[in-house]
Design a protein. Structure first.
Length: 262
């Protein structure tokens, strides 16, 4: 999947299924399922590293996981999330850090924020770094937002989101993640811009959807927002397998003859 194909999907009215991945094993599974866009999300801070939020994830950690995903992806468009403080301080630092993700194998980067990020996006796209924006509930601003709350519920905040979306499109963003905003606001944005909107908690009218892999597989249940749909219950399966293994070792049932060399 190229950036152009990703954008063409909106014109062809084909919905885009996007999922996060952080390592080679899951990248292969995601591709085998036919999913063509992978986000190496900084959500790995929560679901892989066990932290309470995404703020402590570093550039080096994101680059490491991006390398694992990009080197095992055969066809998927790999988008790397820029971690907190890798792009906020200055445009120059943002561009340098974005470039490192492309050098590591990603085809694009994603960053959070509205119109204030337009100079970063312009600078990146002008030198060949495709950028995806992220509006609405932006997890790196969790402290300013007062928690993981739905955004754009009042009229003027919704209007601001729409304005931000138009500014990011004009700056050159190739797509936008819309997180935790009302269905009608996401629809208005989707209708108003020509680049694909990828929703997470933004209703059915977006051009595509994204979920965190560990949420949709039922591996992570410490915090499950309303917008998550759990398509499998792998945590339950894993717990059963581990308990059985423990029991069989303790009871001397494992290894049996068939798992032993003679
Ligand atoms: O970090 C992430 O996984 C994300 C998605 C939830 C959009 O930003």
């Amino acid at each position: 999947m190229t950036i152009l194909e990703f954008q063409q999907a909106k014109r062809d009215k084909k919905r885009l299924a996007v999922v996060t991945a952080y390592d080679a094993l899951f990248t292969r599974l995601v591709e085998q399922a036919g999913i063509q866009t992978i986000l190496v999300g900084d959500s790995l801070g929560i679901v892989v590293q066990g932290k309470p939020n995404t703020l402590a994830v570093t550039m080096d950690e994101m680059l490491y996981h991006t390398k694992l995903v990009a080197s095992s992806a055969q066809r998927a468009l790999v988008i790397a999330d820029m971690p907190f403080m890798s792009y906020q301080a200055s445009t120059e630092e943002a561009v340098r850090n974005a470039g490192r993700f492309l050098q590591t194998g990603a085809a694009a980067v994603k960053l959070e924020g509205g119109a204030v990020m337009s100079d970063r996006i312009k600078a990146m796209t002008s030198i060949g770094i495709p950028v995806m924006g992220h509006l609405g509930m932006t997890p790196q601003s969790v402290h300013v937002l007062g928690g993981y709350k739905v955004q754009g519920k009042v009229k003027d905040r919704a209007a601001l989101l729409l304005e931000d979306a138009k500014v990011l499109e004009a700056a050159g963003a190739f797509g936008l993640v819309l997180e935790a905003i009302p269905v009608s606001v996401a629809k208005d944005i989707t209708d108003a811009i020509s680049i694909p909107t990828i929703g997470i908690g933004a209703g059915p009218y977006c051009d595509g959807q994204v979920l965190v892999l560990h949420d949709l597989l039922g591996l992570f249940d410490a915090f499950t927002p309303k917008f998550v749909k759990t398509y499998a219950h792998l945590k339950t399966d894993a717990l059963q397998a581990l308990s059985r293994y423990k029991e069989e070792v303790e009871q001397g049932k494992f290894p049996s003859d068939s798992e032993s060399y003679h």
